[in-house]
Design a protein around this ligand. Sequence first.
Ligand code: NAP
Length: 296
Amino acid sequence: MAAKIISGTEVAAEIRGELKQKVAELKEKGITPGLGVILVGEDPASVSYVTGKAKGCEEIGIFEETFRLPAEATEEEVLAMVDRLNKDPRFHGILVQLPLPKHIDEKKVLVAISPEKDVDCFHPVNVGKLLIGEADFLPCTPHGVQQLLVRSGNSPEGKHVVICGRSNIVGKPLMAMLVQKAKGANATITVCHTGTRDLASVTRQADILVAAAGSPQMIKADMVKEGAVVIDVGVNRIPDETKKSGFRLVGDVDFEAVAEKASAITPVPGGVGPMTVTMLLVNTVRAAERQAAART
Ligand code: NAP
């Protein structure tokens, strides 16, 4: 294998170490960053994500409380919970675990979160601020991708970054971040999707290729330029009879083959995944700092 592995686990640990120090300093000033998590229903994946976020908070000293509502909770009940946390000064950040049950309008709930507490950066006010280069918070997964690049010595500045996927959670906000005239950004961006003609001819132009399509191992070696940096955001389950669970996790990149060609690559798991939760912690601490500064 030629490529250097960019370990999200290691970069995340480095950032969490820095954050722990920052939280300790804030606590000395009487500020304990707090995150309120709203979980509706018992979806196992959602429960596991929420548990991971709570553990992350505990590890660095953030106060966290998860508010559980039953799957049959009404939209009004969820909105009332958001309102309660908006008003509670113990919580600097609010996170509503998605997806919500189908009878609840997700957009309505996300817009109800106060933009100052919107640590997921999904509120249209924060999305707009990101686009005009005035973000208070950076969206977690895209910010994680940027940090992986910068901290591994592969800054996107001046590079051609090709992003496969245009979702509102990954592709589009990553585009908005990396196109800014700013440190750790200032890249030339191409965004691909299912309407892209001859995808391989586009991905082969990438100095940095970010795969965020949710399609298992779709990026093959012949779609990657020799020496490119490859960031795999995808998390897909594929059947694997050798595993007790009957499946294993793979990314959107054909890892073994692409690693022969790339100069650096992130693994799945252990790549972007650990970064996403870490950047949520970063945003919670930032929210606490901003809210404390606004009060003085
Ligand atoms: P999504 O909402 O399903 O969006 C997928 C995007 O990829 C869409 O824009 C789609 O194009 C495009 N696409 C799908 N197949 C394609 C193909 N064959 N060729 C070109 N474009 C294609 O997914 P998402 O929420 O962005 O998530 C993407 C992946 O990242 C998933 O595997 C998800 O589990 C993972 N993820 C991981 C993390 C993490 O922390 N590691 C966080 C978020 C997401 P159209 O717009 O034309 O449909």
